[in-house]
Ligand binder design. Structure first.
Ligand code: SF4
Length: 398
């Protein structure tokens, strides 16, 4: 592969490195740390190979609508005039090297590595200098150069700055496959504790609603997502999921990302305790129930602290209370009821409904035959032709 790095903009791009590595860009956020196969680690690297290693830090394997792709995650600038308490780029954090690229530099740098076959997708964020609209303009201009001048048709995910103008949101959605605007806090009060210069309703929620309005009225295809910082300021799972549910219904976001808080040195939160990754995992499980399974937040079981149990999948926790003594008849239940059963997701529910049209499902192995991946998981919670599956007692669930 012929790839040489000489231009100053490219050096800046390399220097930004993995600055945005913690930001999810696609549909499998937990796998985004995966190193793309196009990078190797020789024992004695040449200068070019060292540059490649630097580039590797800003490239993640991202699940896009057309499959997994190596995506460059980077920023227009690592400088910022705001002071969000959790953020490595916050104003005044002296240990952060500030690097800024202009739109033509960013577009040129991306095009070079994209044409070299090292990336096939761009996730572009930015700090804010000179106000949000100015920062947003630079993001948009970069994407515009890539789409119009460079004729790049691949995956682009653009950040929407808090307080961006509606026309900017529209233009970003015309250029991108996905746009994201991070709410960070689950409520106005929580956001004030995380990021005192951000306005929850006017700068953030309003823009997420615009995205859906633009998508609905103007037929742009870009999906929209948001992200929360989890656990830094006493926020509860109930708060996070209640807002997520509203956003799924009203703003039609594709997904909410949950980022377990990790303290960053030289920030006001540097002494706070990190949040266990398991909490993030349970939030994702619950969030998918709200998005894909027809659940409401009131269906989820929260403890006295308004958090989900960490030791059990929220769907199983619900089923253990509601279904062990009142199992669901697989041959009669409607789709939403089937989706209450552990081990049955949207695909399995559709397969069951289709199979019932061809005859009764009377044994656990019938579920396996039609492609339900874990029939045993369903066993404690179902009836097949009025009978509990024989397998149930053998598994020790009874
Ligand atoms: S506005 Fe963004 S980049 Fe700036 S401090 Fe806040 S989170 Fe960090």
């Amino acid at each position: 592969m012929n790839f040489s790095i000489a231009l100053d903009p490219m050096q800046k791009l390399l220097s930004i490195g993995g600055a945005t590595g913690f930001e999810p860009a696609g549909d499998a956020p937990h796998e985004e740390g995966t190193r793309p196969a196009c990078f190797t680690s020789p024992a004695r690297p040449s200068r070019q190979e060292r540059n490649l290693a630097a580039l590797q830090r800003s490239v993640s394997q991202v699940m896009t609508p057309t499959g997994p792709k190596p995506v460059l995650k980077t920023m227009m600038t690592t400088a910022c005039e705001r002071n969000c308490f959790y953020c490595p780029f916050r104003a005044g954090r002296s240990s952060m090297e500030r690097i800024t690229l202009q739109p033509d530099e960013m577009a040129q740098g991306f095009s070079r590595i994209q044409k070299a076959g090292l990336v096939d997708g761009l996730f572009l964020s930015s700090g804010i200098i000179g106000g949000s609209p100015r920062a947003q303009d630079k993001i948009i201009e970069t994407a515009d150069i890539l789409r119009t001048k460079e004729k790049y048709r691949g995956y682009i995910h653009l950040k929407i700055m808090p307080g961006a103008e509606k026309e900017q949101v529209r233009r970003a959605m015309q250029l991108a496959d996905r746009v994201s605007l991070n709410l960070e806090g689950a409520t106005e009060e929580r956001l004030r504790l995380l990021a005192p210069k951000k306005d929850f309703w006017d700068e953030l929620v309003q823009r997420l609603l615009w995205m859906e309005e633009i998508r609905r009225n103007e037929r742009v295809r870009a999906s929209s997502v948001t992200q929360f910082v989890v656990g830094a300021v006493g926020d509860t799972d109930l708060e996070l999921l209640a807002l997520s549910e509203k956003l799924y219904r009203q703003a039609k976001i594709s997904r909410a990302y949950y980022s377990a808080f990790h303290p960053i040195s030289d920030t006001p939160f540097s002494d706070r305790m990190p949040v266990v990754p398991k909490r993030e995992h349970r939030l994702y499980q619950a969030s998918f129930l709200l998005r894909d399974y027809g659940w409401g937040v009131e269906d989820l079981g929260f403890g006295a602290d308004q958090n989900l149990r960490l030791d059990v999948d929220p769907k199983q926790a619900w089923a253990d209370i509601h279904l062990r003594d009142a199992p669901i008849e697989i041959n009669r239940a409607d789709r939403l009821t089937l989706l209450r059963i552990p081990g049955i997701g949207p695909v399995s529910a559709d397969r069951i409904l289709a199979a019932r049209g061809r005859g009764a499902l009377s044994a656990l192995f019938h579920l396996g035959q039609i492609g339900v991946p874990s029939p045993q998981k369903t066993a404690p919670y179902i009836l097949l032709n009025g009978q509990r599956p024989e397998h149930q007692m053998a598994l020790g669930f009874g």
